[in-house]
Design a protein around this ligand. Sequence first.
Ligand code: B1M
Length: 212
Amino acid sequence: MSEFQTLAEAVVKGDIKTAVAETQSALDAGSKVQSILDKGLIAAMDEVGDRYSKGLIFVPQMLRSAKTMKECMKLLQPFFREGDITSKGKVLIGTVKGDLHDIGKNLVAMMMEGAGFEIIDLGVDVPPEKFVQKAQEVEPDIVGMSALLSTTMPSMPKTIEALLKAGVRGKVKVMIGGAPVTEKYAQEIKADSYASDAGSAVSKAKELLGVS
Ligand code: B1M
């Protein structure tokens, strides 16, 4: 049984009060933030997804668990900071058109911010033209796209195409991620980088921009 069993169960149940208290006591007990995330919060969301697939729970319960996880993440956010660093680069990030999942995208944004990147977060359901318009406005070093649904993944190549047409593609690196996204898909759609989780998103972003 995981040491974060009570926390994970609270997230699955959508019991915000217990989950927040468990997260705080894990922090107080000196647990690693990464372990709380991986073994507690993310493991719980996997269980939620599994229960949803099996028809044991429905969208409102998924939503409640998502809210619970977000509340817990607020407590973890300060620990993502690597120190006082000058900006490593500007990252424009969003969840693609038609997709409302933002927990993973927020986690990536938080960790990147903590590592010294400047984040411009476009939120969810971001159409290609919005990515383009904002990229023209803020001139980011990286455009990051997240997709959690296989049905919304095609918005990624559409966004890349739109960046190309607008003459922005050559000025930015494109990073993609999200549960159904793969390295192979990133290569197929000519993204510059793929990251499977928030930690590797940070290291891949550093690699892309040649910063340490
Ligand atoms: Co949705 N949902 N959902 N859902 N949901 C999934 C994704 C699903 C796998 C559940 C399942 O069936 N087992 C399934 C998708 C199947 C598929 O297409 N492959 C699904 C479905 C079907 C749906 C609906 C269609 C259900 C319906 O209405 N019938 C609907 C779609 C709504 C829409 O978007 N238009 C829907 C709705 C929702 C809620 C709104 C209720 C809620 C989201 C709330 C929110 O985000 N604010 C929700 C949730 C919570 C989930 C699950 C349970 C959890 C997602 C999550 O937050 N994971 C999910 C099942 C699952 O993933 N196991 C599921 C935790 C998070 C930390 O991980 O997002 O993968 P993840 O992010 C990771 C990596 O992927 C990576 O780093 C992150 C951190 O390590 N990463 C990046 C993510 N983005 C990145 C970007 C990068 C780099 C890395 O670079 C830029």
